[in-house]
Design a protein around this ligand. Sequence first.
Ligand code: 13P
Length: 250
Amino acid sequence: MRKKVIFGNWKMFKTNKEAIEFIQDAENKLKLPNNYVAGIAAPFTALSDLKKVSKNIIICAQNCHFKTNGAYTGEISIPMLKGIGITHVIIGHSERREMFAETSETVNEKLKSLLNEGLTPVFCCGESLEIYESKKTIDFIKEQIIKGFKDIKDSDAEKVIVAYEPIWAIGTGKTASPEQAQDVIKSIRDILSNIYTKDVASKIIIQYGGSVNPKNVNNILSQPDIDGALVGGSSIEVSSFLELFKTNEK
Ligand code: 13P
């Protein structure tokens, strides 16, 4: 059975002090339901200290460079992240694709490098409002996945976490309905089945992201192909982050 994986993505929020206070408080209060995994993608400046105070919350990076080292001013390499114990890295977030020239080709390089180094990539994909309205979502996502997963072998593909985040739902309060999100995520699993095998695709964790909050999270996660959430706004306060883990069963 696939786990339910809920990661907060703080984006460019929180000083180191604020980040430490959050994780200490959240670790004390977190009641993780069976089969759930919790994580926070924090700014680079906080990662090292957060690794020291975290216990059950996975500390994730929000980006990396695909080269081991070199003249890339301002970039952070995978060995640097690995050196402080980071195991998970978000790549291809739409904000990086739109504002920082991330392309499917660079995302593919990052995916390959992360898997070679034994880290878990959180591979983001998702369409703009324009693509959504012109009903080209599946074609667009298919291209992002085919290009992003180029030359990734079966045994590596199953280790990737995919996050489907429609851009029109990010930070807008407009969530895709659970059924809409399920339809696209099911299509993503079918695309992965065609590239790999049904068995490989059935092992891949696929999250939904875009205005997920404590009120809608359980409906979203009740969909058969949705294995978790990538959460921006509702992961900033400890209380709302913790509420994401309150399942209906309890
Ligand atoms: P919001 O939850 O604020 O819509 O952000 C989603 C997101 O981009 C997470 O990576």
